[in-house]
Design a binder for this molecule. Structure first.
Ligand SMILES: [Zn+2]
Length: 292
């Protein structure tokens, strides 16, 4: 996606959220007489040319009512980008948020809609349940601390059907809800983006790779299922995650390969740099296949 379209998308999404908030506000005024009166008082004061001080006091009284009703979230739509106010542009140039958005759209994936609230521990065997509860709790803490976490990389190891994609999605969605940028990609897609970069020469070739490097959290799901492409897979996995680590950015990888199998497939250089205990928190998920 080009920058103009990305900026327009940011702006139109903001206007849509704003229109929804305005509609919610009108409905709230109908429902709550005191809010209607407070809004009317502000407008009358403006029309009557009251002093700025008086208007501010009335605005504050109105805001207090909104807070008391607990509806601030649904009746206000703040722009997500404080720099450009979600116009995607600043001083005749495109804002960084448009650049990030364009890159994200060109890469394309997003996490499955799974959250911590959806997690159902009853699907696990009694023997696995305790471990999974602890794992989920630790991952919630990881999200709470993000980006100030002890480890910069996170490796979730589990067999097919142990819920590692669900857990990775919950983490991704939780962090994205806190306004960090997140890219969630299958290992296959990650490989594909790197291959495209490696083999193309057009002007936009680095968009995809930059998106991989610049996002606050990169999730690579099911590492080990992609093909090993010569001069691409190992090299870009190493380069992308190394660059991310140098910039203090987090990467979460899920795989069904154990540490030994990872080293056999990706080599000592990759595993010691990306997955050593110093930089990576490795968690094994319960072994039972939930889909059986
Ligand atoms: Zn912006």
């Amino acid at each position: 996606m080009n920058l103009r379209n990305a900026a327009n998308l940011i702006e139109s999404e903001y206007l849509a959220r704003k229109a929804e908030a305005d509609a919610n506000y009108r409905a709230a005024m109908e429902e709550h007489r005191e809010l209607y009166e407070a809004e009317k008082a502000v407008r009358c004061a403006m029309l009557d040319g009251k002093s700025e001080q008086e208007i501010t006091a009335l605005e504050k009284a109105k805001q207090n009512i909104i807070d008391k009703l607990g509806i601030a979230d649904v009746v206000t739509a703040l722009p997500r980008c404080a720099v450009c106010g979600d116009t995607g542009r600043i001083g005749g140039k495109f804002c960084d948020c448009a650049r990030r958005r364009a890159a994200k759209e060109s890469v394309g994936d997003s996490a499955p809609p799974f959250s911590f609230a959806d997690s159902d521990m009853s699907v696990f065997d009694a023997s696995d349940r305790e471990l999974m509860e602890i794992t989920y709790k630790n991952m919630k803490i990881f999200c709470d601390k993000f980006p100030q976490t002890k480890n910069i990389n996170l490796l979730l190891i589990g067999n097919v059907g142990t819920g590692k994609t669900c857990l990775a999605s919950a983490i991704a969605n939780e962090i994205e809800s806190r306004d960090y940028s997140v890219l969630f990609l299958s290992a296959f897609r990650f490989n594909d983006i790197c291959l495209k970069y490696h083999t193309s020469f057009d002007a936009s070739r680095s968009d995809g790779l930059n998106a991989l490097i610049e996002t606050d959290l990169l999730v690579i799901d099911d590492l080990g299922t992609e093909s090993l492409l010569k001069n691409v897979t190992l090299e870009y996995l190493y380069t992308v995650i190394s660059e991310r680590m140098n910039a203090g950015r987090h990467t979460l990888i899920t795989t069904n390969l154990n540490e030994k199998a990872l080293e056999a497939r990706y080599g000592e250089r990759v595993t010691s740099r990306l997955f050593s205990n110093r930089v990576c928190l490795t968690l094994g998920l319960a072994g039972k296949d939930l889909r059986k």
